[in-house]
Design a protein around this ligand. Structure first.
Ligand code: AMP
Ligand code: MG
Length: 514
C-alpha cells in the first residue's frame, strides 16, 4: 500500500495545487474478518489511465466529491495506481456453481475491494475496482476487463437502478491505456462498482465445501449484521438469514421477469446475499416476447433462459441452504430437523415469487384489486404476445394509452403479427377493468410507473460500445445513460430509443467478454 503521506498525484499531474483532494471515509469491516476470507493485495498499476465517467449523483450519495474523483488524483485511484488513504485493498475468496458444476475456488480474480463507506442513506457500501489486475484467484485469467463489458455493466446496472431494481451501481469507469487480449486486442478499462456487499451464495459455499463451519458462522454473522441486523435477535438467526435471502431473491427475480431482463449467468457466485442484481455479463432485455429466450453465447442449453430464471434462483438458494445446514443443525437440534427447516424455508420461494410477480403484473395491467381469473388474463396476454412476437416493453407501455379506450388501441395492436389476437384479449381486459370504479387517468398513471418507456435495448447498448471502442466516441454512451436515467417518463423526441431494433440492428447473441 502506498503511504498516506505520499505526494498527491494530482498536484504533479495537473497544474497548480489540487483543489479537490480525494477523500473516502473508509470504514472497513470485511478486512477485520479472518485472513482466510480474502487475500490482501493492492490493485496492479496501469500505464495511462483516462477518465470515462464519474457518476456524479451516486458519488454525492456516498459522501464523495465527484470533482475530486474526476481530478488527476481521483483517476489514479480509480485506475488502481494510487491507493486512497484508508483503503485496505483485498480480493475476496468465494466458490460457486458455474452452469451447475461446483468450483471450490473462484474468488475475485480481477477485482479489488478497496473498502467500505457509509452512504447518505445510512447503508454501508463496498467500493470495488473491477478489472484491477491479477490476484491469487485469477486462475488463468489476466485480471483485466475490456472497455466494452465495462460500459455494458455501467449502462445496464445504472438502468436497473433507475428502473427500481436492487442492483450494484457504477461509480466510475476509466480506460487503462493498456490492451487486453481477448479474441482480439481490446482497450482495457476498470469499473468502480458499488454494492451493498459482495457476499454471494458462493462465499458461503467456499467455507461449507471445506467443512469450515466456524468460517461459515463468521460469514453468516457478518451477513446478518450487514444486511439483516434485525435477525440477530431472533431465536434462530441463521434460519432467519436463509428466509431473508430467499425473500429478497424471490422479489428480485420477479422484478427481472416484469421488465424482461435476462441475467444470463445466474451462477451461485453471481447471486448476492443482499438481494442485489450483480455481475452483469451477457445480460440482455427481451424484445419480442419469448419465454425461452437466451442471448448468452455460452448458455448452450438455455439453463439461464428468461423463463427459467425463477427455477434457477430456487436452485441457487437450495445451494445456500445446503451451505447453512451445519448452522441450521445447531439451531434446530439435529440433522433431520435442520433438513426440515431448510426445506420449509425453500418452500416459501415459489409463493413469494408468484405473489411479487402477480402484484407487479396487476400494476402493469392497471388492476387495483386482486381477483380470481387475473392470472389467467395475464397468461393469456403473454401467450398471445409470444405467438405474435410482440415487443415486451412496448406492449405494456402502449397499454397505458389503450386504457383510455379502444379508440387508442392502434399503438399496441400494431405490435402483434395478428392484431386480432390483441383485440379479443383486450375485450376481456376491458371487462375486467370495468369491475373496478377507477378512472382511466388514475390507471394510466399507475401503469406508467410499472411499464417503462425505455429499457437499455441491446442494439443501443451495442452501438454505444462500438462507438466508444471503435472511435473513442463516448457520446452515444452518455446519451443512452441520460435516456435510462428516467425510464418511466415519456420523452417523444427519444422515439428512437423506445422502439425495437430493426431486423438489421437486431442483437441475437451477447458475450461475457471475460
Ligand atoms: P464472472 O463470469 O465475471 O462472474 O467470473 C467468474 C470467475 O472468473 C470469477 O472468479 C472471476 O473473478 C473470474 N474471472 C473472470 N474474468 C477474469 C479475468 N479476466 N481474469 C481473472 N479472473 C477472471
Ligand atoms: Mg461473477
Amino acid at each position: 500500500m502506498s503511504s498516506p503521506d505520499a505526494p498527491a498525484i494530482a498536484s504533479s499531474a495537473t497544474s497548480g495545487p489540487d483543489r479537490h483532494p480525494v477523500r473516502f471515509d473508509f470504514e472497513n469491516t470485511y478486512a477485520r474478518l479472518p485472513e482466510r476470507f480474502y487475500a490482501r493485495l493492492d490493485p496492479a498499476p496501469v500505464t495511462a489511465p483516462r477518465l470515462v465517467k464519474v457518476n456524479v449523483e451516486l458519488a454525492r450519495n456516498l459522501g464523495l466529491d465527484p470533482d475530486a474523483l474526476a481530478s488527476a488524483q481521483g483517476v489514479e485511484i480509480l485506475a488502481g495506481n494510487h491507493v486512497a488513504e484508508g483503503a485496505e485493498p483485498l480480493a475476496i475468496a468465494y466458490a460457486g456453481h458455474q452452469f451447475g458444476h461446483f468450483v471450490p475456488q473462484l474468488g475475485d480474480g480481477r477485482a479489488n475491494l478497496l473498502g467500505e463507506v457509509m452512504g447518505r442513506d445510512g447503508v454501508r457500501y463496498d467500493i470495488q475496482l473491477k478489472g484491477s489486475g491479477p490476484t491469487p484467484f485469477s486462475r488463468r485469467g489476466d485480471g483485466r476487463a475490456a472497455l466494452g463489458p465495462v460500459l455494458r455493466e455501467y449502462i445496464v446496472s445504472e438502468a436497473m437502478a433507475a428502473l427500481g431494481v436492487p442492483t450494484t451501481r457504477a461509480l466510475a469507469a476509466v480506460t487503462t491505456g493498456q490492451r487486453v487480449l481477448r479474441e482480439t486486442a481490446l482497450p482495457g478499462a476498470i469499473l468502480t462498482r458499488v454494492a451493498a456487499s459482495h457476499l454471494r451464495v458462493g462465499t458461503f459455499q467456499y467455507f461449507a465445501a471445506q467443512g469450515d463451519t466456524e468460517g461459515t458462522r463468521r460469514l453468516a454473522d457478518y451477513a446478518i449484521s450487514r444486511h439483516y441486523p434485525e435477525f440477530a435477535q431472533e431465536k434462530q438467526p441463521y434460519r432467519a438469514l436463509l428466509d431473508g435471502v430467499i425473500a429478497r431473491q424471490a422479489r428480485l427475480v420477479a422484478q427481472w421477469m416484469l421488465l424482461g431482463f435476462i441475467h444470463g449467468v445466474m451462477n451461485t457466485d453471481n447471486t448476492a446475499i443482499s438481494g442485489e442484481t450483480i455481475d452483469y455479463g451477457p445480460c440482455a432485455f427481451i424484445e419480442a416476447y419469448d419465454p425461452d429466450k437466451v442471448f448468452s453465447s455460452i448458455d448452450l442449453y438455455g439453463r439461464y433462459a428468461y423463463g427459467n430464471q425463477p427455477h434457477i434462483a430456487h436452485w441457487n438458494l437450495t445451494r445456500l441452504a445446503e451451505a447453512l445446514l451445519p448452522l441450521l443443525e445447531q439451531e434446530a437440534g439435529d440433522q433431520e430437523a435442520a433438513l426440515a427447516s431448510a426445506k420449509e424455508a425453500l418452500a416459501a420461494f415459489e409463493p413469494q415469487f408468484e405473489g411479487a410477480r402477480m402484484a407487479g403484473l396487476r400494476r402493469k395491467l392497471g388492476l387495483f384489486t386482486d381477483r380470481e381469473g387475473d392470472a389467467r388474463l395475464v397468461q393469456d396476454l403473454l401467450e398471445r404476445m409470444a405467438a405474435n412476437r410482440a415487443d415486451f416493453t412496448l406492449t405494456f407501455r402502449r397499454l397505458c394509452d389503450s386504457v383510455a379506450g379502444p379508440e387508442r388501441d392502434q399503438g399496441v395492436r400494431a405490435l402483434f403479427a395478428d392484431p386480432g389476437a390483441h383485440d379479443s384479449w383486450a375485450a376481456e381486459w376491458r371487462r375486467r377493468l370495468e369491475e373496478e370504479p377507477v378512472s382511466w387517468q388514475t390507471r394510466a398513471a399507475m401503469m406508467r410507473t410499472a411499464n417503462p418507456a425505455f429499457i437499455p435495448r441491446n442494439h443501443l447498448v451495442e452501438a454505444a460500445i462500438d462507438a466508444a471502442v471503435g472511435r473513442q466516441d463516448f457520446q452515444p454512451f452518455e446519451d443512452l445513460l441520460d435516456v435510462m436515467s428516467r425510464p418511466y417518463e415519456d420523452r417523444p423526441v427519444l422515439e428512437r430509443y423506445a422502439t425495437p431494433a430493426r431486423p438489421e440492428e437486431c442483437v441475437r447473441q451477447t458475450f461475457c467478454g471475460t
